[in-house]
Structure formats: structure tokens, C-alpha cells
Design a protein around this ligand. Structure first.
Ligand code: FES
Length: 119
């Protein structure tokens, strides 16, 4: 049984449909750190789509869609990433990297803006 997005994020049906259209099938959300802030992104999906998802759910992430191919060719989504259990920071493509628990995006690429909301 997948996560109940409507209850979890207090969003309408149209936003749930929109989120599911951009995502591959998933069961759970996994904790990811973005520039020091914890977010919950869908497993089995790229960080890029996950961040799009988080923006839809919370409004905390904005993306300039005109900059990105989401297909691994433009390289504009190159991010500084720390994989769980590793100290090294690597340059990785957010659209080609699957969200796993504990992964950290140390620095977002240009075109992504994260702004934490206070609840
Ligand atoms: S968005 Fe173009 S390579 Fe990732």
C-alpha cells in the first residue's frame, strides 16, 4: 500500500494525480538531506523527480524547468552528493541518481531553489 500523500501533505486530489504522473511506482518515501534540511523523497525514483515531487507536496523546492533535459544529456543537474556511509562528495547527475535513505545533496545545481517553510 503506497503512502497516502493526500493525508500526509494535506493536498488535493489533482496534486496527488500530478505527483503520480511524474513518478515511477514506489511504496515508501525515504529521508534525504538537501543542503542540511531533511526531506522525504519517493524510493525507486531519481533525485530530480523526487525534488520535483517535494516541491509539489510542500512548495519548498522550485525548479527552472527550462534548464533541464531530465534525460542525462544536458548535465545541468550535476549536484554535489554524499552517499550514505561515505565521506567523499561526488559530482552526480540528480536525474540519473536514485534516492536512497541517508543520501545527502550537499549543493543543488543552478535552477533548483530550496526554501524551508516554517510550519
Ligand atoms: S537534467 Fe539534464 S542531465 Fe540531468
Amino acid at each position: 500500500m503506497p503512502v497516502d500523500l493526500k493525508a500526509m501533505f494535506n493536498i488535493d486530489d489533482a496534486t496527488v494525480v500530478e505527483a503520480n504522473e511524474i513518478l515511477r511506482p514506489y511504496e515508501n518515501l525515504v529521508p534525504i538531506i538537501i543542503e542540511g534540511n531533511q526531506v522525504m523523497l519517493p524510493e525507486n525514483n531519481s533525485l530530480w523527480r523526487g525534488m520535483q515531487f517535494w516541491g509539489l507536496m510542500t512548495g519548498e523546492i522550485n525548479i527552472d524547468f527550462s534548464l533541464f533535459c531530465i534525460a542525462g544529456t544536458c548535465k545541468n543537474c550535476k549536484s554535489r552528493i554524499k552517499r550514505p556511509g561515505e565521506d567523499q562528495r561526488l559530482s552526480m547527475l540528480a536525474c540519473q541518481t536514485i534516492a536512497v535513505p541517508g543520501l545527502e545533496i550537499v549543493r543543488l545545481p543552478m535552477g533548483f531553489t530550496y526554501r524551508k517553510k516554517s510550519y
